[in-house]
Design a protein around this ligand. Structure first.
Ligand SMILES: C[S@@+](CC[C@H](N)C(=O)[O-])C[C@H]1O[C@@H](n2cnc3c(N)ncnc32)[C@H](O)[C@@H]1O
Length: 219
């Protein structure tokens, strides 16, 4: 993960929302999720790596409760401030790192969302398994992250993933217990590379947690 640890994200939290393109991206991402997933106002949602809550807030009117989790104290504080200022009931932000510990048993969500987090996580299959454990049977996951890139999105010191190939993503989602996957590019992020503007694709992968039904012979 290199320099992009919880402390680095905390140092960015106060100015994270100053970039209006981030706010716009969250709005586009929420609309893309709504186009794939039959959202319901009764749903409990988990936003993993929620940052300051941009995506959660862009989705909030279309679902029920939302739990925002992040491993960075600064991001959690910023999300809590946003929630308090909004006066919204049903939104809560907590610090948690699923790569270090699973959620308490019994925490189940109808939808798990996560945007631009996976490329920062070393063990993506482990994270997806823990997210699957937090997803109700027949519940949904919606993950947004970078399309494969040449390592130009971050600084050269970045040691995370340079985007994700469809095959790896599908295998990791399937072995975590998700099925009925769709993956498509839903937005682009423009960033300068060596002084020239460059566009990086962002995909949305959606999938459903497979039901664990007893087989016909009861086993
Ligand atoms: C690029 S930001 C995206 C924030 C937010 N999802 C958004 O799209 O605006 C990545 C976020 O993931 C969080 N993060 C990175 N690794 C994490 C981990 N292992 N567990 C929880 N949060 C993590 C960071 O603190 C940061 O808030």
């Amino acid at each position: 993960m290199g320099q992009y640890d919880a402390r680095w994200f905390s140092s960015q939290a106060a100015t994270w929302d100053d970039d209006p393109r981030k706010v716009d991206r969250a709005r586009q991402a929420a609309n893309a999720i709504a186009a794939e997933v039959p959202l319901d106002p009764s749903w409990r949602v988990l936003d993993y790596g929620a940052g300051t809550g941009l995506l959660a807030f862009a989705l909030a009117d279309r679902v029920g409760e939302i739990l925002l989790l992040d491993f960075s104290d600064g991001m959690v504080e910023a999300a809590r401030r946003r929630i308090a200022e909004s006066g919204r009931a049903g939104m809560r932000a907590e610090r948690h790192d699923l790569t270090q510990a699973p959620l308490p048993e019994g925490e189940q969500f109808d939808l798990v969302i996560s945007m631009m987090v996976l490329h920062h996580v070393d063990d993506v299959p482990l994270l997806l398994k823990r997210l699957a454990a937090a997803t109700a049977e027949d519940g949904w996951i919606a993950v947004l992250d970078l399309e494969p890139e040449e390592g130009e999105y971050h600084d050269p010191e970045f040691t995370g993933h340079h985007g994700f190939r469809r095959g790896m993503l599908r295998r990791a989602l399937a072995s975590a217990g998700f099925g009925h996957m769709t993956v498509r590019q839903v937005l682009q992020i423009e960033k300068p590379v060596d002084g020239a503007p460059r566009k990086f694709g962002v995909f949305l992968a959606t999938a459903r947690r497979e039901s664990v039904r007893p087989s016909a012979n009861g086993r």
